[in-house]
Design a protein around this ligand. Structure first.
Ligand code: DC
Length: 224
């Protein structure tokens, strides 16, 4: 039997720097699925909070700001209030605040609703922290990517260098460790592996290796 769905969901969760977004983007291109970078959504909200000089702990100001915020995905591009989101959401300032902002209940509910709304009608690959556990607990495929922390920091450091961003390896490693800690310990939708997720350790694998592993899982699944 061949599964043919118009809203096939692949959830890719895992800690910062495990390779989720690069892998998810490539897979989405190959399979012609919509790619949704859920981390970028939390980053875009954090960026706006920063820009509007709102205190990251001021829940009512954040709630008020969200009611006036338009966040949409179109052709795999995220738009914040009509403008395509770029590398401004990857700054050190956003890095240092995004985990606190994403532990805000109202922020999480809004982002989760938006993600579910898109996934109801479209086949997509979502990468994040809580996709397989909370956003789409019935996802067709759940992957949990992990990698050694030094390796994750090394990859981010290389990416930043390529983008001309000025951060040291030790700053990046520290920021990754801090974010993992807040993301895993938060009360709502913490970073955790779904019971039925397939774990892939990417420490010694290339992007193409990981993409082909997940592609094989997908092909097996649709050809049941
Ligand atoms: O994937 P990323 O590093 O760009 O994510 C940035 C932050 O957003 C991450 O530290 C925690 C938060 N996040 C989340 O809470 N839930 C998600 N589904 C995705 C990201």
């Amino acid at each position: 039997m061949m599964i043919n769905k118009n809203n096939f969901i692949i959830a890719i969760d895992g800690p910062a720097g495990a390779g989720k977004s690069t892998v998810a983007k490539k897979l989405a291109e190959n399979l012609n699925f919509l790619y949704i970078d859920t981390g970028a959504m939390y980053r875009a909200i954090t960026y706006k909070i920063n820009k509007e000089k709102i205190d990251i702990n001021d829940k009512s100001a954040i709630k008020n700001m969200l009611t006036k915020t338009r966040l949409i995905y179109e052709n795999s591009t995220l738009y914040l209030d009509g403008n395509p989101v770029g590398d401004e959401i990857r700054s050190n300032e956003v890095n240092s605040k995004v985990s606190t902002v994403s532990s805000n209940k109202y922020v999480r509910t809004s982002m989760t609703d938006l993600q579910r709304c898109i996934g109801q009608t479209t086949s997509c690959i979502l990468d994040g922290r809580d996709i397989g556990t909370v956003v789409f607990p019935n996802a067709d495929i759940k992957i949990f990517l992990v990698a050694d922390v030094s390796m994750r920091a090394q990859r981010r450091y290389k990416e930043n260098l390529e983008k001309g961003m000025d951060t040291t390896f030790s700053e990046i490693k520290k920021s990754i460790v801090e974010r993992d800690c807040i993301d895993s310990k938060r009360e709502i939708a913490p970073l955790s592996k779904a019971n039925d997720a397939i774990v892939i350790d990417t420490s010694s694998l290339s992007i193409d290796d990981v993409v082909s592993k997940i592609t094989n899982i997908y092909l097996e699944k649709i050809n049941v």
